[in-house]
Design a protein around this ligand. Sequence first.
Ligand SMILES: NC(=O)c1ccc[n+]([C@@H]2O[C@H](COP(=O)([O-])OP(=O)(O)OC[C@H]3O[C@@H](n4cnc5c(N)ncnc54)[C@H](O)[C@@H]3O)[C@@H](O)[C@H]2O)c1
Length: 349
Amino acid sequence: MDALELPNGKSNGHVSIKTPPPSPSPFRNSKFFTANLRILVTGGAGFIGSHLVDRLMENEKNEVIVVDNYFTGSKNNLMKWIGHPRFELIRHDVTEPLLIEVDQIYHLACPASPIFYKYNPVKTIKTNVIGTLNMLGLAKRVGARILLTSTSEVYGDPIQHPQTEEYWGNVNPIGVRSCYDEGKRVAETLMFDYHRQHGIEIRIARIFNTYGPRMNIDDGRVVSNFIAQAIRGESLTVQEPGTQTRSFCYVSDQVDGLIKLMEGENTGPINIGNPDEFTMLELAENVKELINPDIQVKKVGNTPDDPSQRKPDITLAKKVLGWSPKVTLRDGLPLMEEDFRKRLGVLKN
Ligand SMILES: NC(=O)c1ccc[n+]([C@@H]2O[C@H](COP(=O)([O-])OP(=O)(O)OC[C@H]3O[C@@H](n4cnc5c(N)ncnc54)[C@H](O)[C@@H]3O)[C@@H](O)[C@H]2O)c1
């Protein structure tokens, strides 16, 4: 990727520009302010967001505010923090402006599963575009650093494999997935425009398929589908041809990567994902072997624009964040099985 020429004549490459961002709230210097950081997590009641909140709350110096409209998230995911003096939960839709004082914004709000984002595509693109504009406006007003959880979907059906951050992608602009893919691409553009024009401190993570406890059951994402099917004793439905690949990152690794990115000096975009690549048939065989060897694997029709290959190149994350995933698929799947069994009420024989 070419280094970008900035209005002040400096180049940003992948590093934050030198223009000073707006000063953080003077409240930071108040004698009543005991926490080091007040952190906003949009979409914090969702799958990745709630794990991120758990990790941020472990640090006694953090105050965490979650904003969520509960479209795909749930208060249940945050139950253990409700009532905690360093925690606040606000029902709010990010497509509406938000006026609060914060130092950091993790902007995750957006449905991630195709079933949900295709259910209301107009709302999905509004969440990506207007929601990101609102959060950038907030970051600008209070001088907060903002991290966007973008996605590997910005690469579309990639011609380059594995995908590096320099790859510009191969995305259908008018397809049924475009509200999500193109929405995130515009969100990335907005982040960089606010960074160049207003000196906002930005961070962009391009998240690759992530899995773990608290994923919505039957949400159309392949790992949650397979695990729920295996626990219920149903056939595993592999979308044709079954040779399409994905790589799966366990949620604790993902959260480590996001926090390292927020705390580091690099704007990104940076791929955060696990480069171990599996075909859908291999994933099904792993789930079958680990969870229920008695079930069948059955092929079903595919959805339009399903990418045939997906694997992150994480050289940049290793180099600038010192991050790489630790949890293998065979270690992560049983942890997710335990959570799904509790929620489905099906005990292991
Ligand atoms: N899980 C993955 O594999 C994956 C992959 C790539 C990118 N991401 C990105 O990571 C983020 C979190 O994904 P997730 O898997 O936790 O999804 P999720 O659906 O579990 O969480 C999204 C959260 O955002 C909330 N939300 C949606 N629209 C909102 C709105 N308009 N206002 C306020 N809240 C809203 C939902 O209620 C939910 O709690 C998303 O931005 C997603 O695009 C996830």
